[in-house]
Design a protein around this ligand. Structure first.
Ligand SMILES: Nc1ncnc2c1ncn2[C@@H]1O[C@H](COP(=O)(O)OP(=O)(O)OP(=O)(O)O)[C@@H](O)[C@H]1O
Ligand SMILES: [Mg+2]
Length: 250
């Protein structure tokens, strides 16, 4: 489905990705683990073309997206939903217009069809449409903003979903709702997902496969049992949260 092959990326003279190789399995959820600042968001920004690698290839459904023209990339992006780490709502638009935005923009949807789609997307993320459609982003709590962002992401019915810390800053109940929603989207719609999360328990609940990013490379990959029983000191330190081990904090 998605293949990273020897992807390198520098920002200035700092090489953040140092030869990333990663296979994302179709119809499954893959979690990328790694320390803060390690390059997880950088990896997924490459999939939607927000960043271009310095070298290496990224294939999505057999197409090397690093070679696409801006117009071809725009077509590809219709199939990819990206939930930004920051939520990234348009401050000047109310919830309805925020959620409706991709459909209006890409599909020219309007009228009753648009109303229906926005409302069902909001319901899917556990929001009551009547209570929220008129609100502006500054009138929402952090958790609501995340959910509105997710409603906007799923309204296009993407076949690939990229979640960058979808539950950070949410209470345990809202967080669980999002985790279940990720599962639901994957099971019911067969969506291929990549999840970045600092919450280990949530990750194991949502994910099928796990990849550990360390010093710019994917150093290990496998299922939950593989990770939980791994003898790799980096993985053991990451899962235990210990301050001692190969992962250094600056
Ligand atoms: N556009 C950019 N220009 C310059 N540096 C960048 C850019 N994007 C990311 N970086 C740097 O690359 C490194 C990796 O950033 P990235 O956001 O991918 O980390 P992350 O693993 O997602 O971290 P976190 O878990 O804190 O979100 C950071 O040091 C960051 O400052
Ligand atoms: Mg990040």
């Amino acid at each position: 489905m998605i293949y990273f092959k020897d992807v390198h990326k520098k920002f200035g003279d700092r090489e953040i990705l140092r030869g990333v190789n990663l296979h994302i399995v179709k119809g499954k959820t893959t979690v990328i683990f790694g320390v803060s600042g390690g390059g997880k968001s950088t990896i997924i920004k490459h999939i939607v073309g927000l960043l271009k690698p310095d070298s290496g290839t990224i294939e999505v459904d057999g197409v090397d997206i690093t070679k696409l023209s801006p117009k071809e990339m725009k077509e590809m992006r219709k199939r990819i939903g990206f939930l930004f780490q920051s939520g990234a709502l348009f401050d000047s638009m109310n919830v309805f217009d925020n959620v409706a935005f991709p459909l209006r923009e890409h599909m020219k949807t309007s009228g009753k069809q648009l109303q229906y789609s926005v409302r069902s997307s909001l319901e899917m993320v556990g929001l009551k449409p009547d209570e929220v459609v008129h609100l502006f982003p500054h009138e929402l709590s952090g958790g609501m903003r995340k959910r509105v962002g997710l409603a906007r992401t799923i309204i296009m019915k993407p076949s690939i979903l990229l979640y960058d810390e979808p539950t950070s800053g949410l209470d345990p109940v809202s967080s669980n709702l999002i985790t279940e929603l990720i599962r639901h989207l994957q099971n019911e719609l067969g969506v291929t997902s990549i999840l970045i999360s600092h919450d280990i328990n949530e990750s194991f609940k949502s994910g099928d496969y796990f990849a550990m990013l360390f010093e710019g490379k994917i150093i290990d990959y496998g299922n939950e049992l593989f990770f939980r029983t791994s003898k790799n000191p980096v993985i053991r330190q990451f899962l235990s949260g210990s301050s001692r081990g190969p992962i250094k904090f600056r």
